[in-house]
Design a protein around this ligand. Structure first.
Ligand SMILES: Nc1ncnc2c1ncn2[C@@H]1O[C@H](COP(=O)(O)OP(=O)(O)OP(=O)(O)O)[C@@H](O)[C@H]1O
Ligand SMILES: Nc1ccn([C@H]2C[C@H](O)[C@@H](COP(=O)(O)O)O2)c(=O)n1
Length: 240
């Protein structure tokens, strides 16, 4: 298969990370979790005493942390200034503040550039998941998928992960974060016009993975047949 860039966006808990990792592993592609990068910069701000409700303070500090993402889908990693941040970025404190930090345009500009450079460097291709990948980060992606699911299904999935979590409180927190991510001015959470929407509410994770793998394979087959047709036409012209 030729190198392919796949953008997977959608609200929280729709299955972006689980699906993207599995699709990348199946197809031999790299994998990038862009939410982890916004979480990492948020964790750095909190750890360094930056008031995350002060957009100017966040903007002034945004260039300081060095964030490095490992893109092996079987072992994705994230470090901040050389320190493993994979645990700390998943705390409740980071989750409740990440929308404010990721709404700051200077933060988005820096992280978007980082994401584009990682995608450019992925020789075999990459699956990049987030909120604005198809609309802003990689508008020329070969395939764009927008995952959705009902708030009830998403909360039930998340509560299953966070042992003993109250489903209603989890749902409220999810809906609140989606509203903040969808309403910010700079590259909000949105479906690209040319994205394929997949409602995962009634699908198992395996079914979603299979659906996206099929979409990538169909895209690659179409690209290959267009290439052969063009080559054939060029040869025929050259032969005349
Ligand atoms: N189709 C599905 N059916 C049931 N459970 C699922 C499905 N897809 C994902 N899950 C489960 O839901 C939880 C959330 O999935 P995941 O972390 O992949 O979502 P996400 O969209 O990346 O969320 P976030 O944006 O908050 O990081 C995980 O426990 C995952 O195993
Ligand atoms: N492309 C992206 C990815 C993520 N964010 C922000 C908004 C999310 O609430 C937060 C955490 O993402 P998650 O780990 O839940 O996928 O990061 C964004 O603005 N743009």
């Amino acid at each position: 298969m030729e190198s392919v860039i796949v953008a997977i966006d959608g609200p929280s808990g729709t299955g972006k990370s689980s699906t993207s990792k599995a699709v990348a592993a199946k197809l031999g592609l790299s994998y990038l979790d862009t939410g982890a990068q916004y979480r990492a910069i948020t964790w750095w701000m909190i750890s360094n005493g930056v008031d995350v409700t002060d957009a100017d303070a966040v903007a002034n500090a945004a260039g300081k942390p060095v964030i490095v993402s490992g893109t092996d889908p079987s072992r994705p990693t994230i470090t901040v200034d050389g320190v493993d941040a994979s645990g700390p970025i998943r705390t409740e404190e980071v989750t409740s503040r990440v929308s404010a930090v990721s709404a700051v345009p200077e933060v988005r500009a820096l992280i978007t550039e980082l994401q584009r450079s990682i995608a450019r460097g992925a020789e075999a291709g990459i699956v990049v998941e987030g909120r604005d990948i198809g609309t802003t980060v990689l508008p020329d992606a070969d395939l764009k998928v927008f995952l959705t699911a009902s708030p009830e299904a998403r909360a039930a999935r998340r509560s299953g992960e966070l042992k003993g979590a109250d489903v209603r409180a989890t749902q409220e927190a999810l809906v609140k974060r989606d509203a903040a991510d969808s309403s910010r001015k700079t590259s909000p959470l949105a479906k690209a016009d040319d994205a394929v929407e997949v409602d995962t509410t009634e699908l198992t994770l395996d079914q979603v993975i299979e659906c996206v793998v099929t979409l990538v394979e169909e895209h690659s087959a179409e690209a290959e047949s267009r290439r052969s047709a063009t080559e054939g036409a060029e040869k025929r012209r050259g032969g005349k």
